[in-house]
Structures are given as structure tokens and as C-alpha cells.
Write a protein that binds this ligand. Sequence first.
Ligand SMILES: *Cc1c(COP(=O)(O)O)cnc(C)c1O
Length: 330
Amino acid sequence: MNSLQDWEKAIRLAASRIEPFVTHTPVVPSPWLSDRLGQSVWLKCEQFQPMGAFKIRGAANALIEYCAADRTSKAVTYSTGNHGLAVAHLCRTLGIHGTICISQHVPEHKVKKLRELGVQTVIAGKSQDQAQRVAEDLVRDQHAHLIAPFDDPAVIAGQGTIALELLEQVPDLAQVVVPVSGGGLIAGIAAWVKSQRPHVTIIGVSMERSPVMYESLRLGHPVALPEQETLADSLQGGIGLDNRYTFSMVQQWVDDVVLVSEAEIVQALVHLALREGLFVEGAAAVAVAWALRAGHKLSGPTAIILTGRNADIAPICRAVNTGIGNILQS
Ligand SMILES: *Cc1c(COP(=O)(O)O)cnc(C)c1O
């Protein structure tokens, strides 16, 4: 799985496999952003997926590839939340035994949802990396299949199906803007877009608080950073020091990775809610936040991936309350 042709094939296969489990999400024009930025801006609404995030795509493709042939096989994963929710939901749908390892920092509302879905949850360690090690031990001990959240070819190909849909829905794009954490989402999107329309620019956006992919790119190799609290909690976590796929794909096919502040994230969240009637989580708002700042630099018709809607409302309310004057003036 190195060349764009390999990825193109894998993404086409993924699209047909995952069809019964995912939504063909709408792309809506954003009159507010288009007007403000002087370019057509489109929003790909992955927050409408089952379980509220795009993660269902990669999880479905990986579970079908690794587990579906043998229904007695077990799936294990670790996750900051949305990937875990998707795996839990799909395990129930497909009748696969699933176990989810999550760190102590995953918000309580997400843990509660996982338990309600009936999967085994193991709360292990202070970080995503520690939860990952516990999951890998379980995989060895139970002969289970690891459904990794991002650094896996089946997961990446599943996320790439977003771009396959997007280019059918809006054929004449100049630019796609994508939130980045572990990079499975942007790697899959970039692979498809560069295989079909090499001239289209791919921009990744992360938060300023511990942007692991950004720092890794800057230093030329995967690095680890301590986690910090952020409104974009679904973007927390590392890329893995032994990253095998996403880091080099991002290096090759992503044109730029940029950062936004917490204040910019909350502004984007509030504007999306008030002006477009779209409620998303902080991780999904980072790309809108960057577009607002980078308005004059948009190079043509732009698609922004809205990635999910599973927000813990309390931190958003706190951020709005401390900065509301600022938000309403801008
Ligand atoms: C996982 C996730 C991302 C980032 O995806 P990666 O593949 O880890 O880069 C962005 N937004 C939401 C809502 C997510 O759940």
C-alpha cells in the first residue's frame, strides 16, 4: 500500500463494503462563509453519520476486513471516543465481540455512551498511548484483531471514502480543509484527492495545544507531546512513535498543516451554530476556524470536512461565557 493507485483501489473497495453501515452525507453550501471569504465554501456534514462522526467509515472497513469472515473473532480497540463509539456500534450490528480500552481523560459522557452500547470497556492509563499498550496486550492474550483508530490501511481507506463522495458531489474543488489528529482521516482523503485531482490542495488543521502531527512534520519524524485540555478533545493523542502509514502519507500528499487557538475554535463553533444551524464538536470546528482567519488566502472553491458532533457541552458553555463579547463583535 504505497502508491496512489493502490490506495485508489482500496478506497473504491471500502466504499462498496461499508455502504450498508454508513450514511452518504450531504454537502451543503455555506452562504455565510462563502460571502465572508469571497469563494464558494462547502461543508461535508460527517456529523450526521451513525454515532455522530466519520469514524464509522474506517471502523466498518477494518471490522469487515479483519473480523467479518469469522464471526467468533474478537475486536479490540483504544480510542479518545468517536472511534470507540463507532467500533462498539458496529460490533453490535455485526455480532462481533468487542473490547474498548480508553484513557482516564476521555470525557464521562463518552464513556457512558460506550457502556450503553454493551461493549466491554477497560479504562486504562492517563493517555491514549497507555490505553494503546493495554489494547495491544489484549490482542496478544485473546488472539483478537486490533481495530486501530488511524494508523491502519483499512481504516485509512475507509476514511478516504469521504473524498470519493465529495468529489462526486462537488467536482470543481480547489481546496479541501480537514481536521488532523492521528491523520487517518486526512491521509485517506489526500490519497483519493491526489489520485483523482492532483492539483487540489489539501490543508490539515489542528489545535495549538499539543499538535502532534504538526510538530512531527516540523521535525521530520514522529514525536510525542504531553496531552493538554482543548475544546477539540477528539484531536487529542499522539500519532505513535512507530507510525507506519499516516505520517508519511501526510508528508507526501498534504500541502500544509496549520494550527488554531482555543478562542478561534469557540468562535467557529458559535458561528456555525448561529449562522448555519449546524452544531458540531470542537474537533470539527478547527477547519472552519482556520478558514475564517485565512479568508483572503482561499485559493478557490473550498470544501471543509465537518467531522463530528459528540461535544461535551460544559466546556463550550464556559468558553462562550468568558469570551462572548468578543465572539458577537467578530
Ligand atoms: C478522530 C477525529 C478527528 C481526527 O481524525 P484522525 O484520523 O485521527 O486525524 C477529527 N474530528 C473528529 C470529530 C474525530 O473524531
